[in-house]
Design a binder for this molecule. Sequence first.
Ligand SMILES: *[C@@H]1O[C@H](CO)[C@@H](O)[C@H](O)[C@H]1NC(C)=O
Ligand SMILES: *[C@@H]1O[C@H](CO)[C@@H](O)[C@H](O)[C@H]1NC(C)=O
Ligand SMILES: *[C@@H]1O[C@H](CO)[C@@H](O)[C@H](O)[C@H]1NC(C)=O
Length: 339
Amino acid sequence: TIFIQERDYLTFLSFSLSTSKCSRRGVLVFLMMLGILCLLYFVSPPHWGTEFHQTYEDAGPYYVAYPQNYRFILDHPQKCKQHNPLLVVIVPVAPQHTEARHAIRKTWGNDSLVQHGTVVVLFLLGLPSGNNSKTLQLRIHQENLQHQDLLQIDFIDSYRNLTIKTMVMLEWLKERCPQTLFAAKVDDDILLNIRGLMMMLLSPSVPLSNYITGLVWYGNVVIRDPSNKFYIPHNVYPNSVYPPYPLGMCYIMSMDLPEKILQVSKEIKPIFIEDAYIGLCLERLNIAPTNPPNLDQFVVNPPRVYNRCYYAKRIAVMTNSPNQLISYWTDIHQPGPAC
Ligand SMILES: *[C@@H]1O[C@H](CO)[C@@H](O)[C@H](O)[C@H]1NC(C)=O
Ligand SMILES: *[C@@H]1O[C@H](CO)[C@@H](O)[C@H](O)[C@H]1NC(C)=O
Ligand SMILES: *[C@@H]1O[C@H](CO)[C@@H](O)[C@H](O)[C@H]1NC(C)=O
């Protein structure tokens, strides 16, 4: 619009100049018109052009489009009702990470606890983007037909949209699994020990409400360096440290929390760092995340050399690749004592 405005103004200018022909009256009229234009300019500041720019700057690239009415394209609304599991594990995964999903289905996602419905494992994805998105979407539909384990939401799946994914996951859990005791969010590169996790959760020391556990980070400093991947500007989050939160690689919560977190999230501006955002909600709820009873069962940086005995005792360990996940899991499950 600014372009058109400028052109109109120029037309008007040349028109005034040509009609005035240097007569004094003409000059006077011209100056008056100019004055009126200036007056209009200040009385009603120009929206053209700047309006979009300003909204964009306020929201910035740090704007997280949540809440919004996202829709499930693929859903399994009866999954929890059918199986009545004690634990539901949701694995947020990028649409193109087909191999990671296969690796999990072949390994911990096919534990007998999963086969018998005590634990339900589902993958959560957004929409694919980029050149091959149509083909990929077709494959995703086929994959879901075959395995019946994909939940897909209608927003573009991207790193910056992970908080949306987590919040929609909480909405799904609240709606679909009210009878379940626990929900876990597990990244797609995690080697998970389903049995170890169930044993931990069913110990009497673990409360059934207001409970969230994982590797808890305390006093994590907010990054103010714009070149850093985790940069958060002041106007998005003003404090210098985040409240404690369980690391996103694997956290587990009692089933009363999805609804509580969703409720307070309405008052808290979302940031794209999904686990830190859970921390902000927990702080508002006055709920402190708890470290697991045995802290060294959750591992971000495992020893460089594989050791069967070490892995057999862990609950959640980060891996480098789907192949590594499969080979470690296969070895742990060889017959014979692990240690
Ligand atoms: C899961 O395990 C069962 C045997 O326990 C096997 O028959 C089945 O093929 C496995 N599924 C996958 C996807 O590996
Ligand atoms: C998508 O296709 C265009 C044109 O064919 C190409 O220039 C671009 O690099 C491709 N992008 C990706 C991410 O592959
Ligand atoms: C996040 O999802 C929204 C809704 O689909 C989309 O408009 C936006 O571009 C996505 N953001 C990123 C960074 O991909």
